[in-house]
Ligand binder design. Structure first.
Ligand code: NAP
Length: 192
């Protein structure tokens, strides 16, 4: 069994990821969110639900202890959140992290709205963790799985990505974590 915690489990992409992971009997899922009423999945009966705030270090550390994999699907004060996550993972010996950032964080000049996304990525890259940072293009609700990735330093491609595609990539990383260690990937729909 692999223990996986989703931080920000009530978020849009998290909803799709949860729908996929609850079907995997090898995964023991913990859903961490500020208000459990915001969970939008039909069936989370086999998951543990923890109410907590990522900005509250003690709550976060307690939830992360014993996990094999942390998937952060967050918005807001991302730099402070990333610092808490790295510290909590370091102190509990948890190594594997997926963190959703955004397209455009290495653009010069950097758009002000993207500064927290860039700072969070910088914090994670400076850590010793086995992280995968994802930089998706703009989300669509298209019912399709069609994506490609670009590596850090390569020009980002495309303009959109379906939420279902991003969720599929995230579950693949969780299922084969050895393939994506210390990667920082742009994600887009090909030819979009
Ligand atoms: N929309 C796009 O086209 C696009 C493109 C590229 C990247 N992104 C980024 O990709 C990420 C994931 O997207 P999404 O649509 O899934 O995001 P989302 O629906 O906004 O989910 C983010 C989650 O973060 C949670 N959160 C915020 N502060 C928290 C805290 N202190 N403690 C615990 N949870 C907290 C929120 O929970 P509450 O319900 O408690 O507020 C929310 O459920 C976001 O950062 C988004 O900005 C979006």
């Amino acid at each position: 069994m692999k223990n996986v915690i989703i931080l920000g489990a009530g978020g849009n992409i998290a909803k799709h990821v949860i729908d996929i992971l609850v079907k995997d009997d090898d995964i023991n899922l913990t859903l961490f969110l500020r208000d459990a009423r915001r969970l939008r999945n039909n069936d989370v009966s086999k998951s543990s639900i923890v109410e907590g705030d990522v900005l509250n270090f003690d709550q976060l550390k307690e939830a992360i202890a014993g996990q094999d994999f942390v998937y952060a699907n967050l918005s807001g004060e991302l730099e402070a959140m990333a610092k808490n996550i790295v510290k909590a993972m370091d102190e509990t010996g948890v190594k594997k992290l997926i963190f959703i950032s955004s397209i455009g964080i290495y653009d010069v000049p950097l758009r002000p709205v993207l500064k927290p996304y860039r700072k969070a990525a910088d914090v994670i890259e400076a850590s010793e963790l086995d992280y995968t940072i994802l930089r998706p293009t703009w989300f669509t609700n298209a019912d399709e799985v069609d994506y490609e990735t670009t590596r850090k330093g390569e020009p980002e491609k495309g303009s959109v990505i379906s939420q279902k595609s991003l969720a599929t990539l995230i579950t693949k990383i969780i299922e084969s974590p050895e393939k994506y260690i210390r990667e920082n990937l742009g994600v887009n729909k090909p030819n979009s």
